[in-house]
Structures are given as C-alpha cells and as structure tokens.
Design a binder for this molecule. Sequence first.
Ligand code: FAD
Length: 393
Amino acid sequence: MPLDLFHPTESHLTLRRTVRAFAEAEVAPQATAHDRQERFNLDLFRQVGARGWLGLTLPSAYGGAQQDATAAAILYEELAAADAGFTLSCLSHSVLFAHHLACCGNAEQQSRFLPDANVGRIVAGMAMSESGGGTDVIGMQTTAQRVEAGYLLNGEKMWITNGVLNDGEMGDVFLVYARTSGNGPRGLSLFLVEKGREGFTLGRGVDGRLGVRASKSAQLLFKDCLIPVENRVGEEGGAVRSMVQTLAMERLTMAAMSLGIARRALELMNQYASRRRAFGKPLRDFGQIQRHIGESYAEWMAGRTLVFHTAQRMSASSADSQLDADAAKLYCATMAKTLADRAIQVLGAYGYSGEYPVERLWRDAKLFEIGGGTLEAHQRNITRGLSRLDQLP
Ligand SMILES: Cc1cc2nc3c(=O)[nH]c(=O)nc-3n(C[C@H](O)[C@H](O)[C@H](O)COP(=O)(O)OP(=O)(O)OC[C@H]3O[C@@H](n4cnc5c(N)ncnc54)[C@H](O)[C@@H]3O)c2cc1C
C-alpha cells in the first residue's frame, strides 16, 4: 500500500496492521459480553499496556513510545472499531490522564505516575464534570482551599471514566479540576488525587448507560480531602491553560474513535448487502440500499480525511489545530451514529436484535455527541474560532 495521509510513514502503516490484528483477535471477541455485563476488562487493558500502546505518546524517559498524533489517531480508530467501550477506558487513562500529565506536570510528578501508567499497572482518569454541569466548566463548584499543609478539596465530580473499575473498586489516580479562587477561569487549578487519601471516596456508580458499557464511570466525592502542594499540577489558577494544551489531542482521539465505529458499521452493512437476498437478488442491487452504502462511504472518507489532516498538523506542531480538532469531533460523532443507524436499517431485524454488533455501535456512537464536549460546545468553539478569521485559507 502506498504511503498516504492516513499512514504518512511505514511505521504508521505497521502500527495500523499490528493494532488491527490485535483488535480483531483479542478485543472484538470479548466486546459483546463485556457490554452486556457492564464490566471493564482489566486483563485486556494490561495487555494493551504490555504492547506499549497505553503510553504511545508518552516521552521515552518514562517508557513511552513517543509517537505522534497520527499514531494516536490510528490506535484509537482501530481499537474502537472492535470495542468502543473498552477503548474509552484506555483513552481516559492514556490521553486524559497520562498525556495530560506529560504535557503539564513537573518532572517529579511525571516520574511518580507515568512509568506505571505506561504499562497499565495503575488505572487513571480525569475529573472535570460535576452533577451540576459539564459544559459550563468555569461554573464548577468543587473547591480547593489553601491551608498550611496544602489544599483542602471539597465537592464532587460526576461521570468520571475509570472512577470505578469492577465490583466497587476505585480507579487509582485522577487529575482533578477545582476552584482555588474567585469566579473566573483564572481561579481554576489542577490536582493529582490518589485512591486512599482521607476524605476521597467513591460516590454512586453510573450503571445502565445507553452505550460504552465496557467502560465504567462514577461519581467521586471530596470531603476535607488534604492534597499536598506537590500534587498541584502547574501554577495555582493555571488549570485552564493546561486544559487548552491538551484539548486538541483529546478531541482528535475521540474523533478517531468515532471513525473506528463508523468503519465497522460500513463494513458490516457492505458485507450483509452482498449476502442477504430479497426478491431474487442481493440487497446491494437495490438503489435505496446503494444510497445507504454510497453515502456512508463518502461520509466516512470525509471524516477520515478531516481527522488525519488535523493529526498531521498536530504532529508537525505547525499550527494551532484546536479549530480543526473541534470540527473533526463534531463531524465524526454524528457521522458514526448515522452510519450505525444505516447499518441497523440495512440489516433489518438482525441489525436491531443484537445478533450483530451494529446496535452496540449505534449506542456507543451516541456518547461522542455528549462526552468530551457536546455537539453544541463544539459548534460554539468553532464559531468563536472563526470570529478571528475574515477569510478562510
Ligand atoms: C460515558 C461518559 C463518560 C464521561 N467521562 C468523563 C470523564 O472521564 N471526565 C469528566 O470530567 N467528564 C466525563 N463525562 C462528562 C461529559 O464530559 C459531560 O457529560 C459533557 O461535558 C456535558 O456535560 P453535561 O452532561 O453536564 O451536560 P450540560 O452541560 O448540562 O448540557 C446539557 C445540554 O445543554 C447544552 N448546553 C449547555 N450549555 C450550552 C450553551 N451555552 N449553549 C447551548 N447549549 C448548551 C449541552 O450541549 C447539552 O446538550 C462523561 C460523560 C459520559 C456520558
């Protein structure tokens, strides 16, 4: 295969082949059972870690593979095509926690957590959203009050992926956003909070979710939880700056997960349309089915091009890619849901019934219209970004 936008180097092509082989052999076969039982596959998570993929973008000093944004997009696209729920746990650990700490933490904090995060010895997450609101980040209510011995954390965080693993066991460590002063963006700070700290407990789990059921999320509670100053990440009041530094990677990898879901939906409807016959001919001979397949291919390729174009710019660090990362997640989230919906339609009762994974693909795809930024938040960000441009390039 010639090198292209989706695999700019041989090593990207090799990564895709290796991850796809692993995903088909190890990840896809366990997906339905873990979705139905709402269980996180910790053994599989550690297998991903053993292959160096949990630390794909981390610096080599901590055992990471120091790969670029294109490699990260390939990894999450391929894993999500097999099981988006499981992949969300990997992404929350690797991108929202580890990559974030690698960007914004100091050397002591990085050497304390990144070697274990790299191989999956610990399971980590990031806690920003609260019961009272996720989109309105600046309105968060959790506080961190400066005291002599450090900071006293009070409040709660909600929907936190990897907050709980299985059977009520808490995840190991979290990056937690909290307000240290005032009401504005400069009053937010970021802290490392480990399991076992006094005053840090698990709230309610979030069971019975529509999709991504092979990842687990929970409420985290903080009651006079003392955090030492050395666990503050970045400057006091500097959390929004660190958030912005990592947002593009978060959105890009989530868009790549949507791409993986979309590819699987397209493959399944394409295969089924050849095998299934009606009125004496294969489904793919009917114009209405051709519309489902043809439009799906065009939309998947459009999303893929947008994701890998954005990844390439991020990899080269040549330009601010925030706008394109928002655009990629906005487009790919709904595109994946639409393709999964069409796949259910093409497969008829088999699609609706759970005998094929397309109904799970639809449920999983919906998450990305909400989690990691709602559609409306991306629309707002893009409109705000474009207000600085009179003409488009
Ligand atoms: C499975 C799952 C996993 C998650 N994992 C994590 C995690 O690990 N860490 C974490 O911090 N969070 C996590 N979240 C939370 C997620 O990021 C939030 O759900 C998301 O940011 C939206 O916040 P909200 O649900 O509070 O909705 P709200 O902010 O209450 O919004 C409700 C609706 O109002 C719209 N809305 C809000 N404000 C505006 C506005 N100004 N203009 C127009 N429309 C508006 C929204 O777009 C949305 O449609 C997770 C969520 C889910 C479902």
